[in-house]
Design a protein around this ligand. Structure first.
Ligand code: FAD
Length: 395
């Protein structure tokens, strides 16, 4: 009898142990499977990491907290093997990205001076608008026209940010970057940065291989107001602080606040055409705003083209051309999807081309499954934009 009980007891214990083994095994298998899934499928939302706020995922989001951390990415390409992000105000994720997003967290700024100039250093992750405020507080004047541009100091040279008559390249003396091809910090002077309209070497030759770590500015002590734009011209002898306040006021009244309504500022670049094309267009479309730039070229206001093409307020589901600013596309309820954005971009480009024969290009950088998308295919070629539009199951 006692032996029977002991046997039953042993059997129960053995069964329990077996069951426990099975549970451990199943848990381990599940853990391995979920790890595999997580390493293959993007599940981390990037919605709050870009100001257009489309719903999209990436596989991983990590940060670079020191120059030493940059070494992890040596030999890899930004925009393909991983994506560097500042504050995501010039980037749109139109699809899930099957890779890692990397956010530099490099802070610090300082001012030195001689008799004629201020020499200002700022690390890449400093917020641009806070930087402008800090300069004003230190009585360093010159960048006030660029107030309230979203984003980081590190991204400012990349597309040579500009507004209200000023471009940041006028004040940049050099840019430090971590060279992903050799693992060294390099310094480029302003000339080597090859600045142009919303352009620099960091959008060209060094697009995939530079992590910008620091920007240096030389700002003359002798300050001259640049107050030709709109209501800035109404202020008598404006101070830098007055220009700052007015620029903030104009921007707040004209542009949608990305905190409230997803957007990436101007979605399209203002096209630049040669003199002959400008003359032809001026004859054909009296009233077309053409602004002379270098070498006989003229810049056309893309917002005007979109407006005249009847696209102001044009909406595809939750994505729209802004009612007052035709150059700005918006994510109306912060609920839009990449496919609708791509369809709207396509429609805007095609309609403007049909009416004016001018090809628009995007100022904003768009990303899909494999990294940066080239949306600049010439007419007749299939752009990656069309490929995204036709993709099945793309949100
Ligand atoms: C409402 C609104 C208004 C705007 N107004 C203006 C305007 O008036 N003028 C103007 O010029 N722009 C304007 N912009 C565009 C945007 O603010 C600028 O392009 C800004 O410099 C982007 O900064 P970011 O840190 O958000 O860059 P992100 O959008 O995060 O990145 C932009 C590109 O730079 C790369 N990048 C970012 N950081 C680094 C780094 N440290 N090293 C190397 N590559 C990097 C990224 O890979 C990406 O390709 C506006 C945007 C918004 C949303």
């Amino acid at each position: 009898m006692l032996a029977g009980v002991e046997h039953a007891f042993r059997t129960v214990i053995v069964n329990l142990l077996c069951l426990q083994c099975v549970i451990f095994l199943v848990t381990d298998i599940l853990r391995i499977i979920s790890h595999l899934i997580l390493s293959v499928i993007p599940v981390i939302s990037v919605q709050s990491f870009h100001t257009f706020q489309l719903q999209a995922n990436a596989k991983r989001i990590s940060s670079i907290d020191s120059i030493e951390d940059c070494r992890r990415y040596i030999g890899r390409k930004n925009g393909k093997d991983f994506i560097l992000l500042g504050e995501g105000s010039n980037c749109v994720f139109v699809e899930d990205y099957y890779g890692e997003i990397v956010i530099p967290k490099l802070f610090g700024k300082s001012i030195e001076e001689d008799n004629s100039n201020f020499f200002v250093d700022a690390s890449a992750s400093e917020n641009w608008h806070e930087f402008v405020i800090w300069l004003l507080a230190n009585k360093v004047y010159g960048l006030e026209n660029l107030a309230l541009i979203p984003g980081t100091v590190g991204a400012s040279p990349i597309q040579n940010i500009g507004a209200y008559g000023i471009e940041v390249c006028q004040f940049i003396s050099s840019v430090d970057y971590f060279d992903l091809t050799c693992g060294e910090i390099k310094t480029l002077d302003a000339q080597a940065c090859n600045f142009g309209y919303r352009d620099s070497v960091f959008k060209g030759e060094l697009k995939a291989t530079a992590i910008i770590t620091k920007v240096r500015f030389t700002i003359p002590k002798q300050w001259t107001a640049v107050a030709t734009y709109g209501s800035l011209a109404d202020i008598d002898n404006p101070t830098a602080e007055q220009i700052f306040t007015e620029v903030v006021k104009i921007r707040q009244s004209k542009l949608p606040d990305p905190e409230l309504t997803g957007n990436a500022g101007s979605f399209f670049k203002n096209p630049i055409v040669d003199k002959q094309t400008a003359d032809t267009l001026a004859n054909k479309f009296p009233g077309m705003p053409l602004y002379k730039v270098n070498d006989g070229e003229s810049k056309i206001a893309a917002g005007w083209l979109i407006d005249q093409a009847g696209l102001k307020g044009k909406t595809i589901n939750d994505i729209a051309v802004h009612q007052n600013q035709a150059l700005v596309l918006i994510n109306t309820n912060n609920n839009g999807c990449g496919k609708d954005l791509v369809a709207l971009v396509d429609e805007v480009c095609n309609t403007v081309f049909a009416k004016f024969g001018i090809e628009l290009s995007t100022e904003v950088r768009c990303f899909g499954h494999e990294g940066e998308l080239n949306l600049l295919a010439k007419k007749g070629e299939e752009s990656e934009l069309t490929a995204v539009k036709n993709a099945k199951g793309t949100r």
